[in-house]
Design a binder for this molecule. Sequence first.
Ligand code: NAP
Length: 321
Amino acid sequence: MTNDMAHHGDRLDTNVFHIGGDLPVRRIGYGTMRLADGPGDPRGPEARIWTGPADRPAALRLLRTAVEAGVNLFDTADAYALGAGEELLAEALRPYGDEVAVATKVGNLRPSPTEWVPLGHPAYLRQQTELSLRRLRTERIDLLYLHRLDENYPVAEQLGALKRLQEEGKVRHIGLSEVTVEQLVEAGRTAPVAAVQNLYNLAERGHDPVVDHTARHGIAFVPFFPVAMGAHAGPDGPVARVAREAGATPAQTALAWLLRRGPHVVPIPGTTSEHHLKENMGALEVKLSDEQFALLSEVGTEAETEAETGAQAQADTETGS
Ligand SMILES: NC(=O)c1ccc[n+]([C@@H]2O[C@H](COP(=O)([O-])OP(=O)(O)OC[C@H]3O[C@@H](n4cnc5c(N)ncnc54)[C@H](OP(=O)(O)O)[C@@H]3O)[C@@H](O)[C@H]2O)c1
């Protein structure tokens, strides 16, 4: 896990963002949720994330390859395969080098493969963080997200639980997931929020206000489902056109648009493929012109409805909503 020293020179590197001001991460991370899919499980929005990897040695190899490819932010959750996702990360990455940051999440119950139920009872959040520490086999979690705010408990109580863990040195930075600007502001009254992880990509732009708000406040914005492009991914669509011009793949182009959206944006694409992993890291080298950025930005404003049926279905799978 990362040490307290910011790495010299990183502050000038636009491909690096300092979470909470002191945790430097490369601006393409790796979302490990899909590694926790079991054998024969359905893919896409039907994915269950319930039993652990179908091919464990391959999953371990992929995580180690990710480090070699330059990934230093790994994203998991206690809810991914009931903790098996965290155990997998620990097995692959321990001893964590100084440069590797692990983010996990608490606050979602998994009573069955198809249910994701928020639970914000402060004692539960505390217990789950203790279990995450054990499974990750670390003394301190670099970034702990509240997976979902639970409307049945006051925001101050939920954030208060995380803040106490931070004061005890068990959590370095606190994050929130799937929140609005209003919720973020309210949460910030109890604890400093260093990162927000919301569904966002060039076709699904509902969280634009959160992207802008986090930019103004130095908070990392971590888009999940970042390579989705909706119908605009077609061979004659704008993404393919810009990709051809930029000498990049469509997935790299979608990621490059996110990187250009703000210096605080840190996408965490998930993949089970080494080829896609390296391709996604390559997005850090793709620089879009102002015209290309503007053209791609129009996709989101045109695509809201279409994207909601696809990408939002993925988010709903995870929320159980
Ligand atoms: N906070 C939350 O509520 C929440 C919700 C969902 C996800 N997440 C986090 O966000 C991470 C990313 O989200 P995600 O995995 O749902 O979405 P994603 O990264 O946007 O998409 C993953 C899908 O895209 C494919 N893919 C990845 N790279 C590709 C490439 N270069 N070319 C073509 N296809 C590519 C993957 O297939 P292949 O395996 O074949 O590459 C997979 O089917 C998750 O792993 C998880 O850590 C958080």
